[in-house]
Design a protein around this ligand. Structure first.
Ligand code: G
Ligand code: G
Ligand code: NA
Length: 253
């Protein structure tokens, strides 16, 4: 499968493609951000689970190439949206390996230049489990990205190993509350306590807060009441191909 993935990256023949899931800004009721999520449909029509092939790519080192493809595709998409007056910031999921890779920063800068995309339109989403090894180097790399205007988002917050001490150290802009606290938010008072205090803490530390896994109107309304900044989840939309997202935006926003 690894060879096949390698081939799919270099051929760029549509087997690999990006989908985009909107993040709703709760105060303005506008969609101003999306998260990019990769998909792979093989030539025979079968789908490969992203967790599976991303894991494979990470273990084999192919992740650097895969992320290079993702960065190019997403930045090109943002440039296309800009040309159509669709103002969306896009988040890219990256692994710790990408951040540690010395060429990552330069490649991102090159791609932004190539497509004339403002670095402020790009967010790097990093899971907290990723930051454990080689923390000092990782923080330095994040600071360097932040210095050029790229935004940093800490993904899956609350289920990993980010102590409050580490949260204080990380140069982040956005905190993404893990969906396990959000999926049943309207039924669980414990989740409500956790989410409310995380939002308050996030704000006090200067972060914007996103809730992912919003599947019901009840949860969405609770999050609005809790002053959460953005909501993302199936209640609003599944991840969509760019063209479908544009149609969806036209219809609803
Ligand atoms: O997209 P869900 O749709 O299934 O994604 C599953 C997992 O794969 C998530 O943890 C998500 O962060 C990760 N993922 C999705 N797209 C990408 C990508 O482009 N790069 C990386 N590194 N991870 C991704
Ligand atoms: O790990 P990360 O947060 O990047 O992964 C996001 C994952 O969550 C993707 O697999 C995406 O398809 C999925 N997802 C997005 N919205 C929802 C939702 O409302 N409910 C559930 N169960 N999963 C969601
Ligand atoms: Na993510």
């Amino acid at each position: 499968m690894l060879d096949e993935l390698k081939q799919a990256i270099s051929d760029d023949d549509g087997q690999l493609f990006m989908t985009y899931q909107p993040k709703l800004h709760l105060k303005s009721q506008k969609i101003d951000k999306v998260e990019s999520l990769i998909r792979w449909q093989r030539k025979d029509g079968s789908w490969v689970n992203p967790e599976l092939f991303i894991d494979l790519a990470e273990q084999s080192g192919l992740i650097v190439e895969l992320t290079g493809w993702v960065v190019n595709t997403v930045v090109a998409q943002v440039a296309d949206w800009q040309s159509k007056n669709i103002n969306l910031q896009a988040a890219i999921n990256v692994s710790a390996q990408d951040i540690a890779f010395p060429g990552f920063h330069a490649a991102l800068v090159r791609t932004l230049k190539k497509y004339k995309v403002d670095s402020k339109l790009i967010t790097i989403e990093l899971t907290e489990r990723d930051m454990i090894e080689n923390e000092e180097k990782g923080i330095k790399a994040l600071e360097n990205l932040k210095a050029i205007g790229v935004k940093i988002s800490l993904d899956d917050y609350g289920v990993g190993q980010t102590s409050l001490g580490r949260l204080k150290m990380l140069p982040i802009d956005e905190l993404k509350l893990d969906k396990c606290f959000i999926l049943k938010l309207d039924e669980s008072q414990k989740d409500q306590f956790i989410v409310q205090s995380s939002i308050t803490l996030g704000h006090q530390l200067g972060f914007s807060v996103v809730a992912e896994g919003v599947e019901t109107l009840g949860s969405l309304n609770l999050l609005r009441g809790m002053q959460c900044d953005h909501a993302q989840g199936y209640y609003l939309s599944r991840p969509l191909k760019a063209e479908l997202l544009e149609e969806w935006l036209e219809e609803y926003y």
